[in-house]
Ligand binder design. Sequence first.
Ligand code: LLP
Length: 432
Amino acid sequence: MLQMIKMTGKKLPFTKKQIEKIAAHYPTPFHIYDEKGIRENARKFKKAFSMLPGFREYFAVKANPNPFLIKILKEEGFGADCSSYPELMLSESVGIVGENIMFSSNDTPADEFVKARQIGAIINLDDISHIGFLEKNAGMPEVISFRFNPGPARAGNAIIGDPKEAKYGFTRKQLFEGYKMCRQKGAKRFGLHTMVVSNELNPDSFIQTAKMLFEIAVEVKEKLGIKLEFVNLGGGLGIPYRPGEKAIDYGYLAAGIMKEYRKFIPPNGLQPLKVFTECGRIITGPYGFLVTKAIHIKHIYKDYVGTDASMANLMRPGMYKAYHHITVLGKEGRKNDRTYDVTGSLCENNDKFAIDRRLPEIEVGDVLAIHDTGAHGHSMGFNYNGKLRSAEILLREDGSVVQIRRAEAVDDYFATLDFNALKKFRAYNRGC
Ligand code: LLP
């Protein structure tokens, strides 16, 4: 039985003892994912949204491109939203193909369209100029979707920014031209997509988005006689990273979208318009934890806890100043009476998992769990400073663990270098 430890509103699906046992086999740092949490959440999500006609969630692979997790989500009835060639391959590797893939890319190279066509993915174009590009390089498919950028009509939010400053999507006018062009080129079935916010906790923002897309669906039918087959509300549903923040209520959101659907869709003869989402964060985010050890404590003008992880393992705090909750294992009951910057080892002063965080006193050897790393965590890793990406571990429902990705080794880092060529290479010392 897994023990749930409640910590100021943030829970851990494992105990310190369990983590010590796991760390004896798989050295820190590692990301650990809670299969039970992922499955239960996926079921709740699917159940709530199933009130929407033809509902389908395409899991945004970019959030966590681990095929073991994608396979779990496939079992729970999800498709995959891909944005690159390797993501298409990952989906294919777990048997997600055809229209169970939404290919929502941007600035797309030709070979990616070719691959998407080859496996029958639904192609969601980012720009009107991509219509000719797709036709020339991969042919016009029977089904085609466009990403809409509402520009000044919507406000956007912190991570994704102001829509009129965002590089994505078609303008409203371009949508109409685009559908006409694609129909002329042989497309028979049409979809409409948008994504205006990221990590948004206000469900009303998504209800507004749904309404906006339903209104366009009505106008497309009126102006072009085209009945859209689906709208895709994109991803961007937020999660409560901070203790005390409120999680999105799936039932409230689905009912709010359905209310708008009833207003716009049946009265305009647009049924059965299907409703899709392509969420990543809300599906796996809260069920991942970066487990890392304190290896140095430093007192200068501030107090620092140096961990054995770095931005190579979790970039969000450094990149977006994002809050990720930290639990010091075994010290859950103690007072948070110290203030620390919790750092990684990069030669970058923004390599900090937390700044001025109130925590219990930390000693070298303490193990820290950094919360909510199940989406946009490991997947955003990189190798600056020669730092290696960590392993990924799956905590199964029975408490056992499986390593679902090994840690990178130095050989992986060097794999793209040819040291034999280096021996033959003559470096000239020019000048100075
Ligand atoms: N669909 C498209 C076209 C997207 O660009 C994204 C995320 C998603 C779906 C999934 O969004 P989600 O539901 O996971 O929020 N790396 C950042 C956020 C950038 C998201 C980029 N696109 C982060 O760590 O917060």
